[in-house]
Write a protein that binds this ligand. Structure first.
Ligand SMILES: [Mn+2]
Length: 318
């Protein structure tokens, strides 16, 4: 996408945004792009914007403060965010040009320029390929490569999701040429604390089975007792996805939002489409990995019932 390079050239100030409650793909693509831009164009002012912290804040840098005047002269790049309401810092609208780069399907159009690659397994993969094009296959700065590699690895669940392709592996191979310490990156991302180990054991015991669906409802009180933050709990949804007998798995976590107690959920599926269902519950996402938001217990029951019905429909068509 030479438009990417063209836009970067046109602006002296670039502000890179990503979604709220950022995961390592949102942060990896953001910090990968920001770090590369800074090393490649030292004369430009480059900002990483966003208020929310991710589950492993020590792996990324704290966001940069930016004022409105600076933003109004900037190229704004929004990464990994399907819909405008989810952008962390709504001042993105102030940007002179807004470039959306994303891999989520069923998204909303909010950019003046958009680069959507639905077949990419992560936004970090898209950014790595864009940079590879600009660099003409020369390795990039290792710090930037490390951020992007973390995004690719986590969003593809270690190169195992259905949307992992040859391009995912090519992007990772290109990044590895920067001399990355791959086992160290794996340890940084995946070694858990003892309390997470305790949480996972509890999660396995507490999860409910409803036909071919495995799900867990985690209250605020559970999280407090186990000393686990909602963002960390959410990261462990994959624990529920390792059982052959369950086709769909989900986790609903109680949180306080705007003074109200609500449940936000994550839904994963091996093959049955779930993101259109999630869209009916204040959410959305990828075909096999989606989120639902602001539910009460009756809402959770409704989601489970919809998922069951979808599973039945799919079986009937086999
Ligand atoms: Mn992503």
């Amino acid at each position: 996408m030479s438009r990417f390079y063209e836009l970067i050239h046109q602006f002296d100030t670039i502000a890179v945004f990503r979604h709220q409650h950022p995961d390592p793909d949102a942060l990896g693509s953001q910090w990968g792009l920001v770090t590369w831009l800074r090393s490649r164009f030292p004369q430009k002012r480059v900002f990483a914007v966003g208020q929310h912290k991710g589950p492993k804040p020590h792996l990324f840098q704290p966001a940069d403060p930016i004022d409105e005047e600076t933003l109004s002269n900037a190229l704004v790049i929004v990464l990994d965010t399907a819909n405008a309401a989810r952008i962390d810092d709504q001042r993105y609208t102030l940007g002179k040009t807004i470039l959306k780069i994303d891999h989520h399907p069923l998204g909303e159009s909010y950019g003046t320029d958009e680069w959507i690659v639905e077949t990419a397994a992560s936004t970090s993969e898209i950014i790595a390929s864009l940079i590879q094009g600009v660099m003409m296959d020369e390795p990039m700065d290792p710090a930037a490569a490390r951020y992007l590699y973390m995004g690719i690895l986590t969003d593809s669940l270690n190169f195992s999701t259905a949307n992992t392709t040859a391009r995912t592996l090519h992007a990772a191979a290109y990044l590895a040429q920067s001399g990355l310490d791959l086992p160290q990156i794996n340890q940084d991302l995946y070694l858990m604390e003892a309390k997470e180990y305790t949480f996972i054991n509890w999660l396995r015991q507490t999860a409910c089975v409803d036909e071919r669906i495995l799900y867990a409802i985690i209250t605020m009180e559970d999280l407090q007792r186990l000393d686990i933050k909602p963002g960390i709990a959410k990261e462990h949804i994959n624990v529920l996805g390792q059982v052959k007998d369950y086709e769909i798995w989900a986790m609903f976590i109680e949180q306080e939002e705007e003074g109200k107690m609500i449940f936000n959920g994550s839904i994963r599926s091996r093959s049955v489409t779930v993101n259109d269902i999630a869209k009916n519950y204040n959410g959305g996402g990828h075909r096999l990995a989606a989120a639902v938001k602001k539910l009460d217990r009756a809402g959770i029951a409704q989601v489970i019932s919809d998922l069951k019905e979808r599973h039945h429909e799919t079986c009937l068509h086999l």
